[in-house]
Design a protein around this ligand. Structure first.
Ligand code: NAD
Length: 298
């Protein structure tokens, strides 16, 4: 069992949208989103220097500057700095993390993740990067450490070989793909706290569809679009079903949803308190069946 007690809220706020990766967000919208989230108990924020190439950290930092540090839980990441820009060396991540702390206007983060570990040399990450994160923890710069990534096998490889506190998996526990269930019991037995990111599959499971850069195949994109239209024609909302589905797993420490506006925050909180439409769930699962558990290249 885990000895970690960050008490993450069941829904938390993914800040990649603050880097404008899903479309433009202005500072005042971001300001009301973050402040209202804290007020509503959605007090865990996740960011990275990669999101909008430091933009997300900058926007968030300007807002956090005026909020007492004990009002929120914060994570950022090291190792990924651009679409193809990775560097997991201890010297580089330590230096870059100092820059993240400055941008965020904080002295420490609650969780520091090695970001998208599948793009690095995985044994190097175990031997050098994770100890560097532990060193930052020892120096009070982060309370806990973790890893993030897409392929469950890569996350599992690290979990089986070294100790980490948090594992952030994305796009593996949602209506399109729920393969995280194959690993989660084992990870929890090993004392890992699991965060499930992207319950809307990075925009696949929403009416507006995913952004241009979404890595899913056209087959997956088209099927998800068909499903969203099916829901719309019935006066329902696929995002609501997707969020409720993802929240219904007691093994997950927190579900990280990327939100772009106060309206989305309010909608998500309302949906989280309503019960899932089990008839619609069955219908949607049938439509998504041909692409269920289908992964994309990373
Ligand atoms: P997501 O599945 O949470 O979807 C985000 C998209 O859904 C955005 O376009 C947002 O505006 C939209 N959305 C949110 N609420 C909505 C609503 N009620 N109705 C319609 N649309 C709504 O994807 P995400 O943002 O990529 O993932 C969440 C967070 O998890 C990220 O912001 C990031 O912090 C983290 N994450 C980490 C990694 C990694 O470490 N490799 C990968 C993916 C996500």
């Amino acid at each position: 069992m885990s000895k970690i007690n960050l008490n993450l809220p069941s829904i938390s706020l993914g800040c990649s949208p603050l880097g404008n990766v899903f479309g433009e967000i202005n500072q005042s919208e971001a300001y009301s989103l973050i402040n209202n989230a804290i007020e509503a108990g959605v007090n865990y924020f996740d960011t990275s220097p990669y999101y909008g190439l430091t933009k997300s950290e900058e926007v968030l930092g300007k807002i956090l500057k005026n909020i007492p540090r004990n009002k929120y839980i914060l994570s950022t990441k090291v190792g990924r700095y651009g679409f193809k820009d990775f560097n997991f060396t201890p010297e580089y991540i330590t230096k870059e993390f100092e820059n993240s702390l400055k941008r965020l206007n904080v002295d420490y983060v609650d969780i520091l993740f090695a970001h998208d570990i599948e793009y690095g040399n995985i044994d190097y990450i175990i031997e050098k990067t994770i100890p560097a994160l532990r060193n930052l923890q020892k120096n009070g710069k982060c309370r806990y450490i973790g890893i993030t990534g897409y392929p469950l096998e890569s996350l599992d490889y690290i979990i089986n070989r070294t100790e980490i506190d948090y594992c952030m998996s994305y796009c593996h526990y949602n209506l399109q793909n729920n393969m995280l269930t194959n690993k989660i019991d084992d990870w929890i037995k090993k004392g890992i706290n699991v965060i499930n990111a992207s319950p809307l599959a990075m925009g696949l499971l929403r009416n507006g569809g995913p952004p241009e850069w979404h890595p899913a195949t056209n087959q997956i994109k088209e099927k998800c679009k068909e499903t969203a239209t099916y829901c719309q024609n019935k006066g329902k909302n696929l995002s609501k079903l997707a969020l409720q589905y993802a929240l219904n797993n007691q093994n997950i420490s927190s579900t990280l949803v990327g939100m772009s506006s106060l309206k989305e925050l309010e909608q998500n909180l309302k949906w989280a308190n309503e019960s899932i439409d089990s008839t619609l769930l069955k219908e949607v699962q049938e439509i998504l069946e041909p692409i269920h558990k289908m992964e994309w290249r990373y």
